[in-house]
Every structure is written in C-alpha cells, then in structure tokens.
Design a protein around this ligand. Structure first.
Ligand SMILES: [Ca+2]
Ligand SMILES: [Ca+2]
Ligand SMILES: [Ca+2]
Length: 795
C-alpha cells in the first residue's frame, strides 16, 4: 500500500515539473540559449568508463534490472544497455548526494534508445530525481521513435525545503500499476548514453531583438540603463545611467526576478556623436568594495558636469547612494579615469536645509551657470502618511543648493523647491536666460490630486529667473512627458535630462521597452534609455514630448576610414560586451576598451549611415580573437539579410588577437553596414574589438615633371618636361607664367616638352604647373603637378 501512495504522489509532482520543463523548452526555442557553460556533475555520463558510477535504481524493493556495457553508443564507444527490468522505474541510476543543493537550478540531458520490435512505435522516457523515501520528481523527458536515439532534456529547481541528504538521478519509463501485464510496452530493454546534470547558470546575454533596425529607441539593446543623464563634450553626447543590468537574473524561462536596485553600484556610460550609433564605454565602478567611492553602497541616478578647476578640466559625476545620500566622484575625462576627492557623501541629512520633509537624499541633478557657479538639486519622497491634499500636492521634498568652486562641496543652505506633486528626478537647465527645473511627479500620497498640477508619474517642470528660484508653485508650467505607460504599455518611474547638440535640444527619458521585448510583454523593472527632440514655444515654455520607438534622426553620417570600436552599435541581436585590459584605440589609452562577445552563429551587429564617399572602400578589417574554428564575419549593406559584400575569415590561432581583412569592391555612398556572424552552431565563435575600412585611393595620371631656366643669348627661357609614366595616353598641359602649351595623346613613356621664351633678360625663381588628363578604368581622371625652376640672369 505504501508503495502505491508513493507512486501516486510522485506522478502529481511529475505533472507540475513537466509543465515547467516544457515552458522552458518553448522559451529556449524562440529566444536562443540562456544556459552558460557549467561542469557536468554526472560521473562517467558517456559510459566510456564502463559502468563506473552507475547502478540499478533500487528505490523500491521490487525494482531490478541488469546493466551491461554496449558498444552501440550515441557518442564515443560505450553506452549502457538495460535489460531484465522488473518495474518501470528499473533503469540506470547515479548517486548525486552531496553534489546537488536545495534551492539551486539544474539542467539535465540524456540520450536514450529502445529497439524491441514488439514495443510501441514511440515511447516516453523520463530522467527522475529520487530524494529518498517516496519523493520522486521527473526532471526531464523525451518521447522517442523506436530505434532512434532521443534526447531527454529538462531544467529543474530543487525546492529550498527539500532534503538532499539522498539525491539520486535515474532514467525510466512512465509508471503503470501492472507493467508485467504488457512487458513489451512498459518493461522494454533500452540504452542510455551521454547523461549530464549541470548547474543552470543563466546567461545574461539578451537574445531578443530589442531595437528594430531603422529605429532609434531604445538607444541600446544589449544591456539596460536607467535614469539617463546626458552630458555634451566636444560634440559628443555621453549618457550616464543606473546599471539595471546588475539586477538582471534571468531564470530557466528567460524571465528575471524583479529589479530591486539593491545590488546596483556601477554606472553605465554610452556615447554618440550622431545619436544613432552608440559606443558602449562599459561600467564605472562607483560604489561598493570595488568602487571609487567605497564609502557608498549604491550608485543610482547619475548626473555629470565638467569645470576647469585650478587650470585643469575635471569631470564631476554625482550619484545617489540609494535614498540615503548623494556623492560625487571626479574624472580626468568623461569616461575616466575616476578618483575619489572627498572621502564621504556630499549630501547627507547633515547638509544645511536638507533634512526636514525629505525622505530620500537622492537624485542629484547638477547645473553650472554661465558665471561658473555650480548648483545641485536633489531629494525626493516626502509622504508623511497624513493622506492630506497638502502633503500629496506639496510634499516639498526636493531642494536646490549652491556648490563650492571645487564642485565637491556645498555652499550655504539648501532651499525648498515647492514643485506640484513632486516625487523625484530633479534636473536643472538653462535656455535663453530662463532656468528650468524638471522633475517626476508622485503616484499619489493618498490625498486628492490637484487637477491644476501634473498627472501622476509624469515629468513636469517649473520656470524661473534664477537657479535658486525661488521655486514656488506659481513657477509650475506644465508636463514635459507623461508616464511611459501612456506610450509603451509598461509604466513605472521615470527620470529625464535635457541637452543641446548643435542647435537642437533633446530630452532623455527611460522606459521598460527592452524588458517587455525580452518577455513578450511583462516587465520586471528593467529600464532602457530613450531620446526625443525637445522643442519650445515662443514664450519659452516646453512643447510636450511624446514617447516612441522611432527616436531622433541620425544627425551625421559615420566616417568609416578610421578605427571604430566594435562596441559602437546601431542595432544588434544576440551579442554582449565586456571590458578588456588596455585602452581604446579610438578614444585613447586612458579610456576603457570593450569587445563584442558571446557571438554565436546568426548573431549580428550594425552601424547606421556609414559614408563611404564617392571613391568608396577597398577593404574592411576586423580586430578579432577566434575562440572556435570556422568562424567568419559577413559584411552586408542596408539589411542583415542583404547580399554579402565581403567575408572576413576568422581563422587565426584560437585565443590570439588578429586583424584579418577582406576586400570590398564598389561600396560607395551612404549605407547601413551589417556584420553578420557565422560559424558552427553551439560554439562561442570569437570576440571583436574594432573595425576599420580602407578608402580607395584616387586614381592618378602618373607623370614625372621637371622645370628649368636657362639663357639663350640675352633672353631667359623656362623649359618644362613632363614624362607620361601612366599606362594610358594622356593629354598634358604645361603652364608657366610665360604661356602654356597642350600636347594631346602623349603615349605611355613619351614626353611633352616646351621651352617658353620669357622675353626678359632676368627672371626670378618660379613654379610651373602641369596637368594631365587620361581615361583610367573608364573614368576621366585629371592630375596636377608642380615643379620649380631657378632664377636666371642673362643680361
Ligand atoms: Ca558514450
Ligand atoms: Ca550570442
Ligand atoms: Ca573595442
């Protein structure tokens, strides 16, 4: 009786487990691999060492079978044959006690085959965990055709409450109460090979297409980034972001647990000078034990400004240490290196004027006025629990304070900003003599919301004549951007900044768009940077911005004739980036350098609007490090399935950086360039550091030109000789201050010559110009040469 109860319990658990496994398999099929490499916990899983490590399942007294080695292997030269089975559970078993842990997730695979001609045409098999007693859980399955090797697959999480003092894996057929009544159906012989159990280590590589070709939002799709703060320097905009990717932990189904922000202690930086191709500069280690500011735990909601201090331009990166304060680190450039010049937080509850009414001393927003005076806005929250209209609409929880000349100290006392429905995300900027304070409104503190103020969860703004305001409710001007839920389905918080590039103002915001594209809809709080144009009315008020995927236009074409870091990406799918040692070839020895990695067959990256010019490119070079044999990079124009215009072989010795080149013919003008990565399936193919393109050199009519002066009688003459060194006939014009002469059809190797009478007795030194025109490769080409002659005195 006890056995029957146990088996019933076991089947119920199995049904639940299999639903999870099937869901996992479906997600894997559409979203690609999410399993990183991990060692096999199974000993002798391929049976190449006979039956070592294996025995027959003996969980029940009636279980029994015979295991024998067989050379009919799926892989290698050995497998196991199971015969003389007494129960459906009678199959090969291995003891994993002490090797697997409760609460962890594992992936299981095994190959299985049955051949009994009297058995059904197909048969289901299970991989099953036995945790002692009557606790069995099916963890992987396959339904296989008779005579063929099938692949058992599954992922399973051992419940945190499960005792794993006994933990054993075995292969079996589905349970039935009386298998002996139909042994060919239930107790057939079978073979097993290649059994593996590995800890499931989810890859954080984003496999979904997160940014559609042609669109500008989200700015990047291989990682997240929240609270984007834009900073323009030397014509390039840098965007500093809360590194949400640190919280991204996709499970077996590819869906992450919710972003708690708790582990975020780095800041992500990207930059662009065209607003479509974004360079990934990696993460700045701000807080935590490995951070520049080790006194802080977190780095949220950054803000950047630069200022010349003591004759040296310094870059000040402010950050929120969760809600508990705000700090600043100092850089030598917009992308570092970074230093701690203060040793503790800049804004704390001890900062004058900073405590009363503020929940959160976070979200620093920095601004430097034209006179060099710096200001910091900060603060947020302020729900006092009274549920009053006053507290809801006027929590007075944000502040503005003057910064010291050193930008890492404050001056005087912080002043209250009374922004209607204020919550967080303060940002200060100036335009045409007016100062703008923008902020995120709260989601309601329980009191009636004033209809004259902003809606909840929106970006709103105030306007004043001074950075210090006073920022009264009367300075409220309206909404810049409604909650992202208005445009993208997924709502949540927001954080904005404003910058000017050229003559145009732009607005940064964030939305959970990449997050929702990964999951097909649901979001877990992972935010992505977006851009929009920001336009103004004649009175200086702001035209409301609408969210979209289109984003902003690319403002300049990309110059290909230089080193381009491969971590410069317009659109991509399937790749990740990582920092490597050494500086950047494009951005300098002190700048961080990243490579594109996790490149699988079918992954791709691209560059938008590359201008190859009228003469075009003759070659493309990749700096690559092969990790598997047989990889290659296909170059395509204007679409990732367009014809291949060049194929770069990635066939150097594995692990070595190398620079293979491929020839490019006839690529002229402006194109989007797609790099599609190809090689054996299942292999981590290679890493890419940078690209470069070689420009076609302009064809020339080669000449050797000489000029000289001499006296003939009392007259000075200038003689010019031009030898046609090209392979085609040329029309050559010799020009001097004393006249010119054209000689048509000068054959290769022949010369044009003229001695010009200056009609003067004495001449100064001078220059002649020779132009030659010829038809080269079907095109009329003109080249020009200069040659000097000496002075002459003939009288
Ligand atoms: Ca084998
Ligand atoms: Ca990949
Ligand atoms: Ca690079």
């Amino acid at each position: 009786m006890s056995k029957r109860v146990g088996k019933t319990t076991r089947r119920r658990v199995a049904a639940i487990a299999m639903a999870g496994a099937l869901l996992g398999a479906a997600v894997t099929a559409t979203a690609g691999p999410v399993q990183a490499a991990a060692p096999n916990i199974i000993v002798n899983g391929g049976f190449e060492d006979g039956l070592s490590g294996w025995f027959v399942n003996n969980g029940n007294s009636t279980d029994g079978a015979t295991l024998s080695p067989t050379t009919d292997a799926y892989a290698g030269s050995g497998a196991v044959l199971v015969t003389d089975r007494k129960t459906t559970g009678s199959g090969p078993m291995q003891d994993l006690s002490g090797k697997v842990q409760a609460g962890k997730t594992y992936a299981v695979t095994a190959r299985v085959k049955y051949e009994n001609p009297n058995s059904p045409a197909t048969k289901q098999f299970f991989a099953t965990m036995h945790y002692g007693g009557a606790t069995y859980t099916n963890v992987g399955t396959v339904t296989v055709a008779r005579g063929q090797w099938g692949l058992i697959q599954g992922t399973f999480t051992i419940p945190a409450s499960q005792s794993v003092a006994t933990a054993r894996l075995f292969i079996e057929t589905p349970w039935t109460s009386d298998p002996g009544s139909a042994p060919d159906t239930h107790l057939m012989d079978f073979k097993v090979d290649d059994v593996s159990v590995t800890e499931f280590v989810p890859s954080t590589t984003i496999e979904a297409l997160g940014k559609n070709p042609g669109e500008g939002n989200p700015l990047i799709s291989h990682k997240f980034g929240a609270d984007g703060n834009a900073f323009v320097h030397d014509g390039r905009v840098y965007i500093y972001m809360t590194n949400d990717t640190q919280e991204y932990k996709p499970g077996p189904t590819g869906v992450s647990s919710t972003n708690t922000y708790a582990s975020i202690n780095t800041i992500t930086v990207i930059s662009s000078d065209d607003l479509m191709n974004w360079v990934d500069h990696g993460e700045i280690p701000v807080a935590g034990p490995n951070g520049v500011a080790r006194y802080a735990n977190n780095s949220w909601a950054p803000a950047m400004e630069s200022k010349v201090v003591d004759g040296k331009e310094k870059f000040f990166l402010y950050f929120a240490n969760n809600g508990g304060g705000s700090g600043v680190i100092v850089g030598d450039s917009p992308i570092g290196p970074w230093h701690d010049e203060r040793g503790n937080l800049l804004i704390t509850s001890a900062t004058p004027g900073a405590s009363n009414g503020i929940n959160w001393l976070f979200d620093p927003g920095v601004f430097i006025d034209d006179d060099g005076q710096g200001y910091l806005v900060f603060g947020g929250g302020g729900d006092d629990g009274t549920r009053s209209a006053e507290n809801t609409n006027h929590p007075k929880s944000t502040r503005v304070i003057r910064l010291g000349d050193d930008m890492i100290s404050t001056q005087g006392s912080a002043e209250v900003i009374d922004a209607p429905l204020v919550f967080e995300a303060g940002h200060l900027f100036k335009r045409d003599g007016k100062y703008y304070y923008s902020y995120s409104s709260n989601f309601g503190f329980g009191g009636p919301i004033d209809p004259n103020g902003p809606p909840t969860g929106a970006i709103a703004y105030l306007m004043a004549d001074s950075p210090m305001g006073p920022w009264t409710p009367e300075t409220y001007k309206g909404v810049i951007f409604r909650n992202p839920g208005t445009y993208f389905g997924a709502g949540g918080n927001n954080h904005q900044s404003v910058f000017k590039l050229g003559d145009q103002y732009y607005f940064t915001y964030h939305a959970q768009t990449l997050n929702s594209r990964i999951t097909g809809g649901a979001t877990q709080g992972f935010r992505s940077p977006h851009l929009a144009k920001l336009d103004f009315n004649a009175d200086g008020t702001i035209k409301e911005v609408r969210g979209d995927y289109k984003g902003v236009e690319q403002i300049r074409d990309l110059d290909p004739y230089r080193v381009i870091e491969a971590e410069t990406i317009a659109w991509q799918q399937g790749i990740a980036t990582k920092k490597i040692d050494g500086g950047s070839e494009e951005f300098g020895a002190q700048a961080p350098n990243l490579v594109v990695h996790d490149i699988d067959n079918g992954d791709w990256t691209s560059l938008a609007k590359v201008d190859f010019g009228a003469e075009g490119a003759t070659g493309v070079t990749a700096k690559v490090r092969p990790l598997a044999t047989g990889g290659k990079i296909e170059v395509r124009l204007d679409g990732r399935t367009s014809p291949v215009v060049a194929t770069i072989p990635v066939d150097a010795p594995l692990g070595e950086w190398t620079k293979p080149t491929a020839r490019l013919d006839g690529v002229t003008g402006v194109h989007d360039v797609y790099f599609t990565y190809a090689g054996p399936d299942g292999a981590d193919l290679f890493e890419v550091d940078s690209w470069s393109f070689e420009a076609a050199s302009s064809p020339e009519v080669a000449l050797t030109v000489t000029a000289s002066s001499r006296c003939i009688g009392s007259s000075a003459y200038v003689a010019v000789t031009a030898v046609n060194d090209s392979g085609v006939p040329a029309t050559i014009t010799l020009t001097t201050p004393y006249g010119s002469k054209t000689v048509a059809d000068v054959a290769p190797g022949k010369q044009a010559y003229q001695s010009f009478n200056t009609r003067a007795g004495n001449i100064d030194a001078g220059t002649v110009t020779v132009k030659a025109t010829a038809t080269i490769d079907g095109k009329q080409v003109t080249s020009s040469y200069d040659a000097g002659y000496a002075a002459a005195s003939c009288r």
